[in-house]
Design a binder for this molecule. Structure first.
Ligand SMILES: [Zn+2]
Length: 196
């Protein structure tokens, strides 16, 4: 007599009616061992009872109904890739053009950055010059605007308070810039209709 009792998967082999070289020793053990025989018989009854139950099949539309309730969270990089893919032209030529343009822009920006880094003093001088010219232009513009709006008397007052005039002009300029920026932002975030 084989003294090792059957493992659960060995009883499954017998229940499945497997035939073969390895199954014969199991059958021989069941024939000799009351404990394993009882276990085998009990499981065979359960298997037979399960076979008598009606077989159910899910509705073919079950998967669709379940997935309709599932919230799928899209990782940000997938969203970005999809948006880029949608924004790109469909044709190979169009894509080549876009990538070529982007490449030229990137190279130009890189070269410009390197050049600026090596010419910091020249850039600073240029920026200072531009700033001075801009201040003069803004002061002149404010003067002209005040003259046309409230007359020469007030303009003289503003001109004598040059700093205040520049401050007002800067405030007006800032308002205009912010207004434009918000306008562009609302344009950009407006619904873009149905997605392709
Ligand atoms: Zn046994």
């Amino acid at each position: 007599m084989d003294h090792r009792h059957l493992l659960p998967e060995e009883i499954d082999l017998l229940l499945d009616g497997e035939e073969g070289f390895g199954v014969n020793p199991l059958k021989a053990h069941v024939a000799q061992c009351a404990g394993c025989r009882a276990e085998y018989e009990a499981q065979r009854e359960v298997a037979a009872a399960l076979e008598t139950l009606p077989h159910f099949a899910p509705s073919p539309r079950l998967a669709d109904r379940v997935m309709a309730q599932v919230q799928i969270f899209e990782p940000w990089h997938v969203t970005l890739r999809d948006r880029v893919a949608r924004a790109l032209p469909r044709t190979q030529g169009g894509r080549t053009f876009v990538f070529g343009t982007a490449g030229v822009m990137a190279v130009t920006m890189s070269v410009l950055t390197v050049w600026l880094a090596h010419r910091a003093d020249a850039v600073l001088f240029l920026a200072a010059l531009l700033g001075q010219r801009m201040r003069e232009a803004v002061a002149g513009g404010v003067n002209d605007a005040v003259v046309s709006a409230v007359g020469q008397g007030a303009a003289t007052t503003v001109a004598s308070n040059g700093l205040l005039g520049v401050g007002v002009a800067v405030a007006v300029l800032a308002l205009a810039v912010f207004g434009t920026a918000f306008g562009l932002k609302s344009l950009a975030s407006a619904p873009r209709g149905r997605r392709g």
